[in-house]
Design a protein around this ligand. Structure first.
Ligand SMILES: [Zn+2]
Length: 156
Protein backbone atom coordinates (compact mmCIF):
# COMPACT_ATOMS: atom_id res chain seq x y z
CA UNK A 1 0.00 0.00 0.00
CA UNK A 2 1.36 3.38 -0.99
CA UNK A 3 1.31 6.59 0.94
CA UNK A 4 1.89 5.66 4.55
CA UNK A 5 0.99 8.75 6.55
CA UNK A 6 2.49 9.33 9.99
CA UNK A 7 -0.64 10.52 11.76
CA UNK A 8 1.32 11.08 14.99
CA UNK A 9 2.70 14.23 13.34
CA UNK A 10 -0.75 15.69 12.75
CA UNK A 11 -2.59 17.62 15.43
CA UNK A 12 -6.27 17.25 14.66
CA UNK A 13 -8.60 19.06 17.02
CA UNK A 14 -12.29 18.69 16.19
CA UNK A 15 -14.22 21.90 16.79
CA UNK A 16 -17.87 22.88 16.96
CA UNK A 17 -18.22 22.66 13.17
CA UNK A 18 -16.39 19.35 12.71
CA UNK A 19 -16.91 17.38 15.94
CA UNK A 20 -19.85 15.36 14.59
CA UNK A 21 -17.97 14.66 11.36
CA UNK A 22 -14.98 13.22 13.23
CA UNK A 23 -17.28 11.22 15.49
CA UNK A 24 -18.96 9.72 12.41
CA UNK A 25 -15.57 8.92 10.86
CA UNK A 26 -14.68 7.10 14.07
CA UNK A 27 -17.76 4.96 13.38
CA UNK A 28 -16.62 4.50 9.75
CA UNK A 29 -19.33 6.76 8.37
CA UNK A 30 -18.62 9.46 5.79
CA UNK A 31 -20.74 12.58 6.23
CA UNK A 32 -21.25 15.70 4.16
CA UNK A 33 -23.06 18.87 5.19
CA UNK A 34 -26.69 19.15 4.10
CA UNK A 35 -28.94 22.18 4.04
CA UNK A 36 -32.09 21.42 6.01
CA UNK A 37 -34.03 23.96 3.91
CA UNK A 38 -33.16 23.03 0.30
CA UNK A 39 -31.23 19.77 0.58
CA UNK A 40 -27.99 21.04 -0.99
CA UNK A 41 -24.93 19.08 0.13
CA UNK A 42 -21.30 20.20 0.43
CA UNK A 43 -17.88 19.53 1.86
CA UNK A 44 -15.83 20.52 3.85
CA UNK A 45 -18.25 20.78 6.75
CA UNK A 46 -16.88 23.94 8.33
CA UNK A 47 -18.77 26.21 5.93
CA UNK A 48 -21.74 27.19 8.09
CA UNK A 49 -24.23 28.36 5.47
CA UNK A 50 -25.80 26.93 2.33
CA UNK A 51 -24.30 28.40 -0.86
CA UNK A 52 -27.59 27.88 -2.73
CA UNK A 53 -30.21 29.36 -0.39
CA UNK A 54 -28.02 31.02 2.32
CA UNK A 55 -29.81 29.13 5.10
CA UNK A 56 -27.77 28.52 8.23
CA UNK A 57 -30.05 25.65 9.20
CA UNK A 58 -27.57 22.93 8.29
CA UNK A 59 -27.29 19.28 9.20
CA UNK A 60 -25.54 16.16 8.00
CA UNK A 61 -26.07 13.53 5.35
CA UNK A 62 -24.41 10.14 5.53
CA UNK A 63 -23.01 9.03 2.20
CA UNK A 64 -22.15 5.55 1.00
CA UNK A 65 -18.53 6.69 0.66
CA UNK A 66 -18.40 5.83 -3.03
CA UNK A 67 -17.59 8.07 -5.95
CA UNK A 68 -15.70 8.65 -9.15
CA UNK A 69 -12.34 10.40 -9.56
CA UNK A 70 -13.04 13.79 -11.14
CA UNK A 71 -9.40 14.89 -11.07
CA UNK A 72 -6.22 14.27 -9.13
CA UNK A 73 -2.78 15.60 -8.31
CA UNK A 74 0.40 13.76 -7.44
CA UNK A 75 2.13 15.28 -4.43
CA UNK A 76 5.90 14.94 -4.56
CA UNK A 77 6.89 17.69 -2.13
CA UNK A 78 5.38 17.17 1.32
CA UNK A 79 4.30 20.35 3.05
CA UNK A 80 3.39 18.66 6.34
CA UNK A 81 5.80 16.37 8.20
CA UNK A 82 3.22 13.59 8.46
CA UNK A 83 3.47 13.10 4.69
CA UNK A 84 7.28 12.97 4.34
CA UNK A 85 7.26 9.17 4.14
CA UNK A 86 4.21 9.11 1.89
CA UNK A 87 5.48 10.93 -1.20
CA UNK A 88 4.75 10.54 -3.96
CA UNK A 89 1.05 10.19 -3.16
CA UNK A 90 -2.17 10.95 -4.98
CA UNK A 91 -4.86 13.36 -3.80
CA UNK A 92 -8.07 12.87 -5.74
CA UNK A 93 -11.11 15.05 -6.17
CA UNK A 94 -13.98 12.60 -5.90
CA UNK A 95 -17.57 13.09 -7.02
CA UNK A 96 -19.82 11.28 -4.56
CA UNK A 97 -22.28 8.91 -6.25
CA UNK A 98 -25.14 9.63 -3.86
CA UNK A 99 -24.73 13.40 -3.70
CA UNK A 100 -25.99 14.39 -7.15
CA UNK A 101 -28.69 17.04 -7.15
CA UNK A 102 -31.45 17.67 -9.72
CA UNK A 103 -29.73 20.79 -11.10
CA UNK A 104 -26.54 18.84 -11.82
CA UNK A 105 -24.65 19.91 -8.72
CA UNK A 106 -22.40 17.14 -7.42
CA UNK A 107 -20.64 17.13 -4.07
CA UNK A 108 -16.91 16.67 -4.49
CA UNK A 109 -14.52 15.72 -1.72
CA UNK A 110 -10.74 15.53 -1.68
CA UNK A 111 -9.04 12.44 -0.39
CA UNK A 112 -5.63 10.82 -0.27
CA UNK A 113 -5.69 7.59 -2.25
CA UNK A 114 -4.01 4.41 -1.09
CA UNK A 115 -3.20 3.59 -4.73
CA UNK A 116 0.05 4.28 -6.57
CA UNK A 117 0.00 6.97 -9.29
CA UNK A 118 0.30 4.31 -12.00
CA UNK A 119 -3.06 2.87 -10.93
CA UNK A 120 -4.95 6.18 -10.91
CA UNK A 121 -7.09 7.64 -13.69
CA UNK A 122 -9.90 10.15 -13.97
CA UNK A 123 -13.19 8.28 -14.24
CA UNK A 124 -12.30 5.34 -12.01
CA UNK A 125 -14.62 4.48 -9.13
CA UNK A 126 -13.29 4.64 -5.60
CA UNK A 127 -14.47 3.81 -2.11
CA UNK A 128 -13.67 5.30 1.25
CA UNK A 129 -11.83 3.30 3.87
CA UNK A 130 -10.98 4.33 7.38
CA UNK A 131 -7.52 4.22 8.93
CA UNK A 132 -7.06 4.04 12.67
CA UNK A 133 -4.56 6.47 14.19
CA UNK A 134 -2.75 6.38 17.54
CA UNK A 135 -5.44 8.74 18.83
CA UNK A 136 -8.58 6.64 19.37
CA UNK A 137 -10.74 9.72 18.79
CA UNK A 138 -9.35 10.26 15.29
CA UNK A 139 -10.05 7.86 12.44
CA UNK A 140 -8.87 9.11 9.06
CA UNK A 141 -10.80 8.55 5.83
CA UNK A 142 -8.69 7.45 2.87
CA UNK A 143 -9.85 6.38 -0.58
CA UNK A 144 -8.98 3.43 -2.80
CA UNK A 145 -9.82 2.58 -6.38
CA UNK A 146 -12.61 0.02 -6.34
CA UNK A 147 -13.00 -1.02 -9.97
CA UNK A 148 -12.54 -0.13 -13.59
CA UNK A 149 -14.32 2.14 -16.04
CA UNK A 150 -14.92 2.13 -19.80
CA UNK A 151 -13.64 5.66 -20.28
CA UNK A 152 -10.69 6.97 -18.25
CA UNK A 153 -8.11 9.68 -18.64
CA UNK A 154 -4.68 10.26 -17.10
CA UNK A 155 -2.16 13.10 -17.01
CA UNK A 156 0.89 12.17 -19.10
ZN1 LIG B 1 -30.00 25.54 1.10
Amino acid sequence: MAATIDYSKLRIVPDADTREWWEAARQHKYLVRRCNRCGHKWFPPNIPACSKCTSMDVGWSETAGKGVIHSYVVVVQPVVGAFVGAVPYVVALIELDDCKEEDGTVTRVAGVLTNEESEVAIGLPCTVLFEETADPKIVMPRWRISGGAEKTWTFE
